[in-house]
Design a protein around this ligand. Structure first.
Ligand code: C2E
Ligand code: MG
Ligand code: MG
Length: 641
């Protein structure tokens, strides 16, 4: 009983259902057998009465029918075990009595014993079966002893038709039992076979799900890595090379964003078909994640074979893709590492292929690159720099310097450009052109940019307090800060934190920000303009040639790039460009600031060309805030330069 309830609690629903089915079948079979036995005993009574032997046997057989009827009732109420016990005990007692009062060992009763044993097996456990068998043997031995000692007569009875009929009844009932049990057994075996097949099928499905990508049906990361492990072990034994290729689609995000995810999925499916088409049977392509694929080439002869395969992959991606009726061009960047040259451990090879892939991206995309050691060194240096920069930011080890901006005619300081300075404990001064890209690629630029904004506002406030009320502080803004979308809020908070009027702050952005419609420059610039801050275009002239944006956006200043300023006295072309920029700026009502003014001749040239403002080493490099205050004060007390 306990076991049953334990089972009921722990078994799975399917197992519980099977157990319930088996119990109900057993109950059904017991009912059928009890009816069969009642009929059989009734037939025997009929035979006995017909042959004029209405004696003790008939009474006992009648009692047996009554007990069977009682057992049937119990069985119907669900007491299968109780009913089975009544059945077995009744049969043993009645049959033994019939034997003793009949013809002993010559009686037809022992013929029924095998049938009873089958029943014991069907409805009880092995112990009951053994007990029934032992009882039968004891009965046989006992009857033998009684007959052998003459207590019972030991003479076979005469052959009568009734004997034939009783034997036939016993045989038929036994045959019925055996038939029933074998039918059930066969059914059970068939069911087991079906279960086995279903199990094998679900194992296969699980393996498919666990090792394949549901979208492209390509092997997934897990299977790809298993295969790589296998190829590496094989290559070690055979002494050949294995190539690991990392493929990243170049413009997947754009396609996904502009055409929708269904088109993106379709592209991935088509790409995987094309990749599979160019592989040998020993190679494998797996989908790692998103738009990243892993191609594994086993047993490659030399680098030429790998190059051929890489070119083939590029060629496969070149033809236009048709995505739900839209024609789309896609390309990929491929990074390749080769074992054993670039490492023989799985992780190393993957890391190196990944690094090479980034190099392929940096080289303009739609190309492939083999890994080389310098990539590793660059990567390590990059990581060190990211960590050091993060720490510098956390420990307030960065400084903001100010390069004075002057009015070219009066020589008065009109403002300053805030420029970051970082003194690394080992590397010394690290130029912003080195660490700003590192901050951008690591995402640190957002924290860094916020720090600069707050610090610039704080210092601008100090300048005002120290009597320099009309100065503008210009802060450089990375395109990534612009793209994030919260720049207006950040600027507003920084201004508010230091009670600075918005007109005291200028934001320097690059041309690239303006031409990228995805960044929605219109909205952002309008909201910044609405806030009251000024906008300057930095490094003007080095970006894109589409100038239509100049009239579209609310801008204040153009900063002529140093590459033009520095040549204004030596190159008539540069002088021409500078002149053109100044005239165009004035037409658009923009102020001009020349960057990188290093000498008097340049200053004179720019002033004559009509440029209003300038900054450069001719006056001062970027200097700490206190020095800047002194410089600005001095400029105001000097006569015009
Ligand atoms: P930029 O915004 O064009 O800054 C002007 C750069 O020219 C500064 O370099 C400045 O020191 C340098 N410079 C100024 N006058 C002269 C001159 O007469 N001759 C020469 N040869 N150089 C001159 P710096 O400070 O090394 O900054 C380089 C770039 O780093 C900046 O170019 C700017 O793009 C970026 N940067 C600096 N600070 C920040 C910052 O706080 N945030 C962001 N996002 N970028 C920054
Ligand atoms: Mg700048
Ligand atoms: Mg600049």
């Amino acid at each position: 009983m306990n076991q049953d309830s334990d089972f009921a609690e722990t078994a799975l629903p399917a197992q519980r259902e099977m157990a319930a089915q088996a119990a109900s079948l057993r109950q059904q079979r017991l009912g059928q057998i009890l009816v069969a036995l009642m009929l059989a005993f009734a037939a025997v009574i009929a035979v006995n009465v017909a042959s004029g032997r209405a004696n003790m046997n008939v009474v006992m057989e009648g009692a047996a029918i009554a007990l069977f009827a009682f057992a049937r009732q119990r069985n119907r109420r669900g007491d299968v075990i109780g009913a089975a016990w009544i059945l077995l005990v009744t049969l043993m007692v009645v049959l033994t009595s019939l034997m003793v009062f009949g013809q002993g060992l010559y009686d037809e009763v022992p013929m029924a014993f095998p049938g009873i044993l089958v029943m014991a097996l069907m409805f009880a456990d092995g112990r009951v079966f053994s007990a029934v068998l032992a009882t039968m043997l004891l009965v046989l031995i006992g009857v033998y002893a009684l007959q052998a000692t003459g207590v019972l007569p030991a003479v076979p009875g005469a052959v009568e038709p009734s004997r034939l009929l009783v034997l036939a009844v016993i045989l038929c009932v036994t045959a019925y039992f055996v038939h029933t049990i074998t039918k059930d057994l066969r059914l059970l075996l068939d069911q087991q076979e079906a279960d086995k097949q279903a199990l094998a099928q679900s194992h296969q499905q699980i393996a498919e799900l666990a090792y394949h990508d549901p979208l492209t049906h390509l092997p997934n990361r897990a299977l790809g890595l298993q295969r790589l492990q296998f190829l590496l072990a094989e290559a070690r034994r055979g002494g050949h090379q294995v190539a690991v290729m990392f493929l990243d689609l170049d413009n997947f995000k754009t396609i996904n964003d502009s055409l929708g995810h269904a088109a993106g999925d379709e592209l991935l499916r088509q790409v995987s078909e094309r990749l599979q088409a160019c592989l040998r049977t020993t190679d494998m392509v797996a989908r790692l994640s998103g738009d990243e694929f892993l191609l594994l080439l086993g047993a490659v002869e030399d680098e030429r074979a790998i190059t051929t395969m890489a070119s083939k992959v590029m060629e496969q991606l070149a033809p236009v893709f048709n995505l739900q009726g839209v024609e789309v061009h896609a390309s990929g960047s491929l990074g390749i590492s080769v074992s054993p040259r670039d490492g023989d451990a799985l992780e190393t090879l993957l890391k190196h292929a990944d690094l090479a892939m980034y190099q392929a991206k940096a080289a303009g995309r739609n190309t492939f690159r083999f890994f080389d050691e310098s990539m590793n060194a660059n990567m390590l240096a990059h990581l060190h720099l990211v960590n050091a920069l993060r720490q510098a930011l956390a420990t307030d080890a960065l400084q903001l310097y100010y390069q004075p901006q002057l009015a070219l005619t009066s020589g008065r300081v009109i403002g300053a450009e805030a420029l970051l300075r970082w003194h690394h404990p080992e590397l010394g001064w690290v130029p912003p052109n080195e660490f700003i890209p590192v901050a951008e690629s690591s995402g640190l630029i957002h924290d860094l940019g916020t720090w600069v904004l707050y610090r610039a506002c704080r210092d601008a406030r100090t300048f005002r307090i120290q009597g320099l009320a009309d100065l503008t502080v210009a802060v450089n803004v990375s395109p990534l800060q612009f793209r994030r979308g919260n720049l207006k809020e950040l600027v507003a908070q920084a201004l508010a934190a230091h009670a600075l009027p918005p007109s005291a702050l200028e934001l320097e952005i690059t041309e690239s920000v303006l031409i990228d419609d995805r960044q929605r420059p219109n909205e952002m610039l309008d909201s910044l303009h609405g806030l009251g801050v000024r906008i300057a275009i930095d490094d003007f002239g080095t970006g894109y040639s589409n100038l239509s944006y100049l009239q579209r956006y609310p801008l204040h200043r153009l900063k002529i790039d140093r590459s033009f300023t520095s040549q204004v006295t030596s190159s008539p072309q540069a002088a021409g460009i500078v002149q053109a920029i100044i005239e165009m700026g004035h037409c658009l009502r923009l102020q001009l600031v020349a960057e990188g003014v290093e000498d008097m001749a340049t200053l004179t040239r720019l002033r004559n060309a009509g440029c209003e403002f300038g900054q450069g080493f001719h006056w001062s490099p970027a200097i700490p805030a206190e020095q800047f205050v002194a410089f600005a004060r001095q400029s105001r007390s000097r006569p015009p330069a």
